[in-house]
Design a protein around this ligand. Structure first.
Ligand SMILES: C[S@@+](CC[C@H](N)C(=O)[O-])C[C@H]1O[C@@H](n2cnc3c(N)ncnc32)[C@H](O)[C@@H]1O
Length: 269
């Protein structure tokens, strides 16, 4: 992403207009507009100030995402597949609801080592899948190759990623707790706007419950969701599945529980 797009995404995520960002930077809104439409670039000495106002780093502004590492890189650095290669049951529900009778485009957000992306690609979908973990992405590519299929795997940070093309299916499992509450609305709106009519979102999120202990495998940057919070963003979509479950987990070798909200919903207009 170019610097103008990064500035625009960060500005919107923070709820600033071009004018309010310009006021904070003590410049004209036309200057911000020119950055965002790519007709001009910020002066070098403005970068630290822009980064500070937009609550980000200069690296991020300049799109140097490859230096950001995922906590998962270490976990995925093993011969076997950390999450196995059995697809998530949501994938079967996607196939039932939107069988690939025509070329359907899938976006898998936080694809890990690619088991679900590869499964969907093998079943005839055109899949783009991204994750912050380079190790995960490399393993995903190897899995796709082994299965004689192709997935457009890329390394990206969902905090910065914004869809620019249309998809029929947006899938994400076990990932949305990495999205800070303050950018959820903007990020989900972007995904909704880039979903074709009758396209679906199949997403699950970890839920915070006062009676469930914080899991021992807690990631430092985890922002669990409130019950029902995800569903509220989709009040004008058709719900095919909307459930909340509590389940036992043994990841990391310590038995614990998780609460999870899952939905499959369809864009109707
Ligand atoms: C619990 S794993 C789920 C992986 C995969 N969806 C699956 O079910 O096998 C969470 C994944 O989110 C990825 N992740 C964490 N923060 C991320 C971010 N900011 N942008 C993109 N991916 C991220 C991690 O690298 C990890 O692969």
């Amino acid at each position: 992403m170019d610097i103008g797009t990064v500035i625009m995404n960060k500005r919107k995520a923070l709820g600033y207009t071009q004018q309010s960002l310009a006021d904070k930077l003590n410049i004209s809104f036309q200057a911000v507009s020119k950055w965002e439409n790519g007709t001009n670039y910020p002066e070098m000495d403005m970068l630290p100030i822009i980064a500070s106002v937009l609550d980000t780093s200069i690296d991020s502004l300049l799109g140097y995402k490859s230096f950001v590492h995922s906590d998962y890189d270490k976990r995925y650095d093993m011969k076997d597949y950390y999450w196995g290669i059995t697809p998530n049951s949501l994938c079967y529900e996607i196939i039932k609801l939107q069988p690939p009778v025509k070329p359907l485009k899938v976006l898998d957000i936080g694809c890990g080592e690619g088991k679900d992306a590869v499964f969907l690609a093998r079943n005839g979908y055109m899949v783009t899948a991204f994750d912050l973990s380079e190790t995960g992405i490399e393993k995903g590519k190897r899995l796709a190759e082994k299965c004689n299929t192709y997935v457009d795997f890329l390394k990206a940070d969902l905090t910065d990623f914004r869809a620019t093309e249309m998809y029929d299916i947006v899938f994400s499992s076990g990932v949305f707790h990495f999205i800070k509450p303050e950018i959820r609305k903007e990020l989900i709106s972007n995904l909704q706007e880039h979903t074709n009519k009758n396209g679906i979102h199949a997403i699950n999120v970890f839920i915070e419950k006062p009676f469930i202990e914080i899991p021992p495998d807690k990631d430092s940057n985890r922002f669990r969701w409130k019950s029902g919070e995800l569903f509220m963003y989709y009040s004008d979509w058709k719900f095919h599945k909307m459930e909340e479950i509590i389940f036992d987990c043994n990841s990391g070798g310590i038995p614990h529980k998780h609460c999870m909200d899952t939905m499959i919903i369809e864009r109707m207009q």
